[in-house]
Ligand binder design. Structure first.
Ligand SMILES: C[S@@+](CC[C@H](N)C(=O)[O-])C[C@H]1O[C@@H](n2cnc3c(N)ncnc32)[C@H](O)[C@@H]1O
Length: 361
């Protein structure tokens, strides 16, 4: 939706955008440098995120970075709600104008899906109302993700990273679990133009925005309100199932149920693939324990309560336990627009981590 900002709103938004960039591009490296200095001064041996916490929790730069991150997000969401609130009627009417004749894709909502009890009392990554409690959730997510990722994902680079890592086969039916506003779904419309592409999410406001966004971007996606762990689709309905940034937001037992559901939904020879950051063990041993610490602590700071539990898991084991005959992890280099190796990312440099399950043919 094209919202014309006033001069004042433009200034407010530019300010927030710059603060977010400052967090990632300036505070992140400064934190890394101060941390290295403390390690050097104390001659500390660092092997794990826990070791990092013991030396950095009291460091002024870490306290400042934590404060900055939280308040920056709060200011961003508040400003979004102020700007949208000024145009509430117009925005709500636009969102409600769905399934128009001539639409490429479709929107299918089912209020019976409700809110899973594991999201009852949290506002995920501090988003007001979470994904389900505000009619503007999709718009808030979209406006957040640009500044948060310093516009590195404006061209859906993360979705493309997962899509390009999937074993190449002539897929005809693709399901994106936890599709949100569709950014992770769109690459499949381009890669497999003859495939039927479906995105599911438990949260209606995300899907409503996703549907409008997809139509604007000329992507044919069928959005449907369903739980990833209990979709209600028939056995063997899809030949490719993907999930981007879903697994760190659900409790481990639910993640296990999602993998089993994916196995049930796949045709023989079908593929399941999810992408997240690398597990803590991988970060600690092969990249940077500081990155593991930053991810672990952001779960606590930013109301992402299931993140630490998921990052501790062995994902190959999780996928094998879900029934997949073949399971493996694949490191994928970060090729987001304007991104270097990730060195300037607040969370540090590391590859994306794709975990794949293949159902026997
Ligand atoms: C971090 S967002 C990622 C969205 C999208 N995959 C992307 O990369 O842009 C996670 C999404 O998963 C959805 N979600 C969380 N738990 C879910 C569940 N159990 N079933 C279906 N969707 C879920 C949320 O509503 C949210 O839209």
């Amino acid at each position: 939706m094209d919202i014309q900002f006033t001069r004042r709103e433009n200034a407010e938004w530019d300010f927030i955008d710059s603060l977010m960039a400052f967090n990632s591009i300036n505070i992140g490296p400064k934190l890394k440098q101060d941390y290295a200095n403390i390690v050097e001064r104390r001659k500390a041996t660092i092997k794990s995120a826990k070791d990092v916490g013991q030396i950095i929790n009291d460091a002024p730069i870490y306290k400042f970075a934590s404060f900055f991150e939280r308040h920056n997000h709060a200011m961003m969401f508040d400003t979004t709600l102020d700007i949208v609130g000024e145009r509430a009627d117009e925005v709500l009417a636009w969102l409600d104008d769905d399934n128009k004749s001539g639409a490429l894709g479709s929107l299918d909502l089912n209020p019976d899906v409700g809110v899973p009890d594991y999201y009852d009392r949290i506002e995920i990554h501090t988003q007001p109302g979470s994904y389900h409690g505000s009619p503007y959730a999709g718009l808030m997510y979209h406006w957040m993700i640009g500044p948060f990722l310093v516009h590195r994902d404006d061209k859906d680079g993360m979705g493309w990273a997962l899509a390009n890592a999937v074993p190449r086969k002539p897929y005809t039916s693709v399901l994106d679990m936890g599709c949100g506003i569709g950014k992770s779904t769109f690459p499949y419309c381009d890669l497999f133009p003859d495939a039927e592409v479906t995105g599911i999410d438990y949260a209606a406001p995300m899907l409503k925005y996703g549907h409008k966004f997809a139509e604007e971007r000329q992507k044919k996606v069928h959005f449907s309100q369903r739980l990833a762990e209990d979709t209600g689709y028939d056995d063997e309905s899809f030949d490719l199932i993907v999930a981007l940034w879903l697994f760190h937001e659900i409790p481990n037992p639910v993640a296990d149920a999602v993998v089993k559901e994916a196995y049930r939904l796949l045709k023989p020879g079908g593929v399941f693939a999810l992408m997240e950051g690398p597990p803590f063990k991988e970060l600690e041993e092969n990249h940077s324990p500081l990155s593991a610490f930053m991810l672990d602590s952001t779960g606590k700071r930013m109301s992402d309560p299931y993140l630490p539990g998921f990052f501790k898991r062995d994902r190959v084991e999780m996928i094998s336990n879900g029934g997949f005959e073949t399971a493996y992890d694949k490191a994928v280099s970060r090729t987001l627009a304007t991104e270097d190796s990730g060195a300037k990312n607040f969370f540090g440099p590391y590859p994306w981590w794709v975990s794949i399950g293949e159902k026997a043919g």
